[in-house]
Design a protein around this ligand. Structure first.
Ligand code: ARG
Length: 537
């Protein structure tokens, strides 16, 4: 049971008795006391009574004796100071996930494109998506991770043709750096008419199932997947090969998607293309906006594949909830895909879909993060740089991930090595350092841990802060916002540091126990965010 629930439950009952209807007591952590509720103000206004008197009546009825001391403050706030014994007994329990109704939650994240290495644009999706996957699993949901790899499309014509020029599927040529490979293919495509024609024919051959073309395509996809998996391992991302379901895997379902949409009367032919026009989407000129399902050349694109994926995920995978962790620029795409999915009858009943959108990573100049020469930065290069700048790979990776997870995902953030690697402030290294320090204190201790008692205000503050873990996790889940947990962990580390400065730990069984308990919370929290925890720093 978490502290806020413990206080809210009797207060809610007392408020209801006074108001004659259910009232949210809105118990919040506060500067003035441990917690505060301002709900009496609104209730009194409604009843036409004096707020302080209303607050006093609620306090009397709530019977918080033994749980918390209540004081009426200001115009009618209830200030709550929790009894030390309550804090101590809650600390004796390990951190538990908030109560939930378990669902099958499918999380679509990372989604890099084949033959283009994972770049920083996919970094946020990968980091945020993985933190959400960890959080939802820990909460008890049945999490299905999906990597919607961009492994299909017209660009494969030129890529395969380039591979064919180099000797075909079994050529000894190393595909080690697919970015260069992609560039070379692109140069030929842009400058060589003959190559361009061959590339176009190659797309047709690939889509028609031509075996040599498919063999070369497979080689490109496999090589890409190997590189992605290597990056995921380095980053501590829980996406495995089994979670890969690329765009290609939906190709045989596109025909029936068209059939179903057509049967429901959702498709309109427009300039040779088949389009859906979901209600409520209009362009600047007020014209209805199309979602192109089949292009005029008969080919299928990104939207059609997402419609097939949506149907598959709800109907076959039986997911209750779909979370798409993708950047903000694709918000219109997803709103339209979800709308068509609802019109088609796929996204119905309890099943819901949500675009978990996020802002961009900016360079120091405030523009999209790029290399000096203006290219997009490859993730593996970024990780190499983290290794050279940080004291260890764990610290480098932790810094990158924490910088992302600690800011509100909807905002852009500036990628700044110095700031994210700083040993103080709201950074990954600061949190990792707190854990390492706790470990070292516990290693040095020569006495046993004892029962926790809370004498010093810094001890009490730390206890209260640690107990804020469950509400922080609940908020992170509820809002799909990992930063709610990240910010909480930072508060714990700050409270620990204040405690450490003030209170000699090594000679006190109680303080050692409080230190150990703090360490457990921090380690669990870092793990839920996917941050590595170095043994020592
Ligand atoms: N490959 C896409 C891109 O790079 C992201 C895929 C996101 N997921 C999806 N179901 N569309 O933009």
């Amino acid at each position: 049971m978490n502290l806020e629930t413990l206080l809210s439950t009797p207060l809610a009952a007392a408020f209801e008795a006074v108001a004659g209807e259910p009232v949210d007591p809105a118990v919040r952590a506060s500067q003035h006391a441990d917690f505060q509720s301002g709900a009496a103000l609104a209730v009194a206004r409604k009843l036409g009574r004096a707020p302080r008197e209303t607050a006093a009546e609620v306090a009397a009825r709530a019977g918080l004796a033994g749980l918390a001391e209540v004081e009426i403050s200001g115009p009618g706030f209830l200030n709550l100071t929790v009894a030390d014994e309550v804090l101590v007994s809650l600390l004796a329990e390990p951190d538990a996930p908030p109560p939930i109704t378990a669902e099958r939650v499918l999380i679509d994240y990372s989604g890099p494109n084949v033959a283009k290495e994972l770049h920083v644009g996919h970094l946020r999706s990968t980091i945020i998506g993985d933190a959400l996957a960890r959080l939802f699993s820990w909460a008890g949901h049945d999490v299905v991770r999906v990597n919607h790899l961009g492994d299909w499309g017209t660009q494969f014509g030129m890529l395969i043709e380039h591979l064919a020029d180099l000797g075909g599927p079994t050529s000894e040529f190393s595909l080690g750096d697919l970015t260069d490979f992609y560039r070379q293919a692109r140069v030929k495509f842009d400058s060589d008419d003959d190559f361009r024609t061959r590339a176009r024919l190659r797309v047709v051959a690939l889509q028609g199932g031509d075996e040599p073309s498919r063999a070369m395509w497979r080689r490109l996809v496999e090589q890409s997947e190997r590189l992605f998996v290597a990056d995921y391992e380095r980053l501590g991302i829980t996406l495995g090969r089994d979670d890969f379901a690329g765009e290609s895997s939906y190709q045989d379902q596109l025909g029936s998607v068209v059939d179903e949409l057509r049967a429901r009367g959702l498709l309109v032919e427009s300039e040779g293309a088949l389009c859906a026009f979901p209600a409520g989407f209009t362009g600047r000129d007020g014209e209805p906006l199309p979602l192109i399902v089949r292009k005029s050349d008969g080919g299928f694109g990104y939207a059609a594949t997402d419609l097939a994926a949506l149907r598959h995920r709800v109907v076959e995978v039986k997911a209750d909830r779909l979370l798409y962790v993708v950047g903000a620029p694709q918000s219109m795409h997803f709103r339209m895909v979800f709308a068509v999915g609802r019109d088609a009858g796929w996204l119905t009943g309890p099943a819901t879909a949500e675009h978990v959108s996020f802002g961009s990573i900016l360079g120091p100049d405030g523009k999209m993060l790029k290399t000096r020469s203006g290219d997009t930065i490859r993730l593996s290069d970024l990780l190499d740089e983290a290794d050279t700048r940080a004291t260890s790979p764990e610290v480098g990776i932790g810094a990158i991930k924490y910088a992302d997870l600690s800011s509100d995902r909807r905002s852009d953030y500036v990628f700044d090595w110095d700031r994210m690697l700083a040993a103080t402030g709201n950074t990954g290294p600061y949190l990792q350092y707190a854990v390492a320090r706790i470990r070292s204190v516990l290693r040095k201790a020569s006495i046993e841990l004892g029962a926790i008692t809370l004498g010093d205000p810094a001890e009490r503050r730390l206890a209260l802060t640690v107990l804020g873990f469950e509400p922080a996790v609940a908020a992170a889940l509820e809002c799909r916002e990992p930063h709610r947990l990240a910010v909480h962990l930072h508060e714990v580390a700050v409270a620990f540091s204040a405690f450490y400065e003030r209170c000699p730990i090594l000679a006190s069984p109680s303080r050692l126990a409080l230190t150990a308990r703090t360490g457990e919370t921090l380690r669990l929290g870092l793990d839920l965010l996917g941050l590595p925890v170095p043994e020592a720093m």
